[in-house]
Design a protein around this ligand. Structure first.
Ligand code: NAD
Length: 515
């Protein structure tokens, strides 16, 4: 029997023995460097000539591994396999489907450091954050498994005399999973196993910079016993197979996490009913953010500084939840700005393989060019307070950069940069600070640092974000504790890791029987 859900503990890397174990895991991952991984279609491994190559962002000459690249023909074969597997899988006892996830979680726990070390190498994520991410992946398996067991008998509805009514959940069909690279383990795992445990069959197309961690996860699911055709692994280039997956007549569900531009494209294309399609596609699209830490005039300065620095620079700002802007009451602005700069200048930047580095690189050349171009924009729009040093000779390293006195409508205050760049903005009142916090097209996360109870209540009503945090930073949501998803153009607010999440992968069926 399974226990009550509790989130997976994080590794304490201040302990020498844990550091030693992690170094050993990194060595294991290094031994596999250069390995090739196949597609998996209908339970069979398929090797193609064309490969998707994964590089280390800390050292762009180092190949982490490569995976076979799916063509549209392979995608067709995967849809056929998923359709064939659907009737049996959707009618498999939901408890057995949940147990598959629990088994996979147990395997992941045994291989936890190896998986985290893969994230370190492939995504350039620092140790602590890679460890938290793999814990989050395990949490998704444990949480959604339990959620499916809760939903297996449907929900109670009323029956009149002489009638017996039932409200049951059935599965929808073939689900396509399209995750981002920035949570290449956790989001990829969560958005694969949620439709799957709900009885749907899945085509997983990982993000192109990070296919290796996905290949390892698919291996784990196979070891745990996922039946043939239920989980198909089809990595590839989005310009070759992205639209094809979305447009396919057999796609019933799409779980996308990524940029606003791609999300909007998917929503639009999925709305069109294709020839031979006899259902409407459901899309869960979780997209970008431009998240704000608001600092009230009576705030505790050190709480504010810690919240701003960690929200802005964890994983080099490459999080949809990153606090890429801070709006500070004018009474505290100078003090907080000075302390934020002081603390930021202490952060260490370098190869993520070294535990002592707080920040690693950005993911690739495209991201490096984008972030550095925003630093140039920032220099024209606001006052550079620190940073503006970058080096892509070995890896894609950008020093944490802060701009002060940014105007509320400056581009660096409005657009998602997705890198270690923070804008500070001054507000003359708390209400004005909340207005500024609401002034973008996004509505994902936000934090308020304040000791004023009325102001916190005001934020509950008026700070329009899907995830609101008080007196802490605005990143680091934990499955089952901080269900995650945003308003406005941040997405469909599907609330990953929340109590309603699985319902989105199920079709409620109402049955009425005369007695
Ligand atoms: P992206 O949009 O470039 O790619 C995301 C995924 O979509 C990848 O798997 C990619 O291969 C695929 N893709 C690209 N074009 C496609 C197409 N035409 N059809 C189908 N699939 C396509 O985003 P990214 O750079 O990988 O991720 C960063 C973005 O993700 C940021 O904007 C970040 O805010 C967002 N994000 C949001 C959340 C959230 O929960 N809201 C979480 C993590 C990341």
């Amino acid at each position: 029997m399974y226990t009550d859900y509790k989130h997976e503990p994080f590794t304490d890397f201040t302990k020498e023995e844990n550091q030693k174990e992690f170094l050993e895991a990194l060595a294991v991952v290094k031994k596999d460097i250069g390995k090739e991984y196949p597609l998996v279609i209908d339970g069979k491994e398929v090797t193609t000539k064309d490969k998707l190559v994964s590089y280390n962002p800390c050292n762009h000459d180092e190949v982490i591994g490569s995976v076979s690249k799916a063509s549209t023909k392979d995608i067709d074969a995967a849809f056929e396999a998923a359709k064939k597997a659907f009737p049996a899988w959707s009618q498999t006892n939901p408890v057995a489907r949940a147990e598959l996830l629990f088994r996979a979680a147990a395997i992941m726990r045994r291989r936890k450091h190896e998986l985290s070390a893969t994230v370190v190498k492939e995504a350039g994520k620092p140790w602590v954050e890679a460890d938290i991410e793999v814990a989050e992946g395990i949490d998704f398996l444990e949480y959604y498994g339990r959620q499916m067991i809760e939903l297996k008998d449907g929900k109670k509805i009323e029956s009149r005399d002489g009638e017996s009514n039932q409200y049951l959940y059935t599965s929808a069909g073939v689900a396509v999973t399209i995750p981002p690279w920035n949570f290449s383990a956790a989001i990829m795992m969560g958005t694969t196993v949620a439709p799957l445990v709900a009885g749907n069959t899945v085509l997983l197309k990982p993000a192109e910079p990070t296919p290796i961690i996905a290949a390892k996860f698919v291996d784990i699911m196979r070891e745990a016993g996922v039946p043939d055709g239920v989980l198909n692994f089809v990595p590839g280039e989005p310009h070759e197979i992205g639209d094809y997956l979305v447009d396919h007549k057999d796609t019933a569900l799409i779980t996308f996490t990524g940029s606003k531009a791609t999300g909007l494209r998917i929503m639009e294309r999925a709305a069109k009913v294709q020839e031979g399609q006899r259902h409407l596609k459901r899309v869960l699209a979780e997209m970008g953010g431009k998240d704000t830490v608001v600092v009230d005039k009576d705030a505790d300065v050190e709480t504010a500084v810690n919240a701003i620095v960690t929200a802005a620079f964890n994983f080099s700002g490459q999080k949809c939840s990153a606090g890429s802007r801070a709006v500070i009451h004018e009474d505290l602005y100078d003090t907080v700005a000075q302390r934020v700069v002081e603390e930021t200048e202490k952060l260490t930047l370098g190869d993520s393989e070294k535990y002592e580095n707080y920040l690693g690189p950005v993911i690739n050349q495209k991201a490096y060019d984008k972030v550095t171009s925003y630093i140039e924009i920032g220099k024209k729009e606001a006052t550079l307070l620190t940073g503006d040093e970058s080096d892509d000779s070995t890896g894609f390293f950008i020093k944490p950069t802060i701009f002060g006195d940014a105007a509320p409508d400056a581009r660096i205050m409005q657009e998602e940069i997705f890198g270690p760049v923070l804008a500070l903005c001054k507000a003359s009142s708390y209400e004005e600070a909340i207005d500024i916090a609401n002034n973008t097209e996004y509505g994902l996360t936000g934090a308020v640092i304040s000791n004023n109870v009325d102001h916190l209540e005001y934020a509950k009503q008026n700070f329009h974000v899907g995830n609101l945090y008080f007196n802490r930073n605005c990143t680091g949501a934990i499955v089952g504790y901080h269900p995650f998803g945003g308003f406005k153009l941040s997405g469909t607010d599907s609330k990953a890791g929340g109590p309603d999440y699985l319902l989105q992968y199920l079709l409620p069926k109402s049955i009425s029987q005369m007695l």
